[in-house]
Design a protein around this ligand. Sequence first.
Ligand code: WT7
Length: 698
Amino acid sequence: NYRIGMASNYLRHGESIANFSSGAGKISRINAVTLGESPASEENDLVLPSDEFCRQALIPNPQKYLEMYKRSVEDPAGFWSDIASEFYWKQKWGQPVFSENFDVRNGPIDIQWFKGGVTNICYNCVDRNVESGNADKIAIYWEGNEPGFQDSLTYSQLLQRVCQLANYLKDVGVKKGDAVIIYLPMLMELPIAMLACARIGAVHSVVFAGFSADSLAQRIMDCKPKVVITCNAVKRGSKTIQLKDIVDTALAESSKNSISIDLCLTYENQCAMKRGDTKWQDGRDVWWQDVVPKYPTSCMVEWVDAEDPLFLLYTSGSTGKPKGVLHTTGGYMVYTATTFKYAFDYKPSDVYWCTADCGWITGHSYVTYGPMLNGATVVVYEGAPNYPHPGRCWDIVDKFNVTIFYTAPTLVRSLMRDGDQYVTRYSRKSLRVLGSVGEPINPSAWRWFFNVVGDSRCPISDTWWQTETGGFMITPLPGAWPQKPGSATFPFFGVQPVIVDDKGIEIDGACSGYLCVKNSWPGAFRTLYGDHERYETTYFKPFPGYYFSGDGCTRDKDGYYWLTGRVDDVINVSGHRIGTAEVESALVSHPQCAEAAVVGFEHEVKGQGIYAFVTLVEGVPYSEELRKSLILTVREQIGAFAAPDKIHWAPGLPKTRSGKIMRRILRKIAARQLDELGDTSTLAEPNVVDQLIALADC
Ligand code: WT7
């Protein structure tokens, strides 16, 4: 089993760990003894992998990692070509294996991997497994919201389902390069729809089924899909959500803006709602079950170039307009497969469950593509993780003998609050690797996850990455090195993280600053759909020569990376990224709201909560009703997950003389750190701060 010990103890034993403090990209191993005594603090806790785990691990020690890492940064073309060769390519890529311009000062940013290579990711996820002896292996175990509802598909059954839908889509005129919007909950039809699009070279854009009609409409108008795929309704916990109604509203909205959608393919989710109760527009709406099963169960693959687009996924930025992150085929395929394999120490006998929804990048890379490229058995769960009781997750783990369980810190914290008894009542003995994603995991949640859920036996892969990165960037490799609770540890193969200061100067050694990356990696996004300029401005101009992540980061004296959260106007609520500007623009659309400023504040379960300062239109009194109606406006315009936790009435907002809102002060007020407001002398009207403080708990 694992030992939890002090870093200083571990280091004193003279063992060495990977250390990057002498400069990114360069690898040096330091003898830990030279580090001297470390003060006793949580940060110095090291969690050592057991010999038993290491013996079976893909990367059993730091030496093996260092050897592979060294090659990955010194010879990226060779390193990634070797891995890419394990997949099926109709035609091999040309030379060079990759090309990049990563520096805006040298012209447009341009990243290409495996250019000239011809492949298909659906073929590699499905057909390749069927042909290599895994035809009867379970691809998907599906578990419904209501206990007792379940289903499964083998790889060969999955292939048939994917082909039927692919044939249907082709038949209705969807061609290579066309966009398809998928607005579905976690039914098996969601990964099926993604794979079917990929099979025919269509570009999917999955919209999380928690987004409102307005948000869906905005995405429809941006990418102008040929088809929208949805279902009539879904049950989540004890609630029934009528998704088709939301789609109807979104389609009406987009046709008002002259984007009309001719086809809405609707899956009848009988567990949630009968056909007859669904509102219907003849001519446009078609039941999935009426058409798709009639199509042949085999379908020719559309072979695409490695750099052809695979999908668009919208994510929040610091302005009101969501960004369409574009990923292409070849590099993304190789990268998601490889990160999945090593970060979870994947073995063919594993049963893998990721609780994320396919509406987010985690569900793209680590429910659908990464696992299936490895021929894994994946659990897809439709419902809420605490329904009908807080033990549901462990019930599902025991039921399918889940070995790898990947989730978000917010769920860990909420289950931790419910009490150990809901966990210990289940065996969980199948578990061997745990994973965390979406936000920094606080050490106490890490420890609970490790000790209680994993019985002090399972390493935790705290994977840092982003919608933009396609796959893991900084992550533990289980068994490869000691872990520190709360640290994402070291970079994945091929990734060269750097920490820069305000001026964009790289800092060495133990330090804090902005997290950047100094070279491309196969899974990197290639552009923002329709807005390459915004792509460059947001990610490549802040610190020329680097990709800027938007996150703050600390590197400790042992070289471990600690992510400290967003440094831009993006907040992270339960692992969901929300732009403060989006919430503000929803609030100010309310007829009684004159101005709004939104900041994040620390929230016990969600990580960050949404705190909105609101100035009302002259003469409008503040009321409880108005508070509710402001929150409702945000729910309607973005989605329930973006609803503000706190509305703070603000007769005025703290602004500089040039009119810029001083968010720094608002963050302190939101955190009730009233004695840390800092310098307020540059405010146009310093007394607004006192006013705000006086109204803090109204
Ligand atoms: C932002 C990206 C990538 C999948 C889920 C979210 C934060 C993500 C971690 C982690 C600390 C993390 C960052 C990042 N984040 N994972 N393990 N430790 N922070 O994807 O919506 O693109 O959000 O989530 O702030 O920038 P996303």
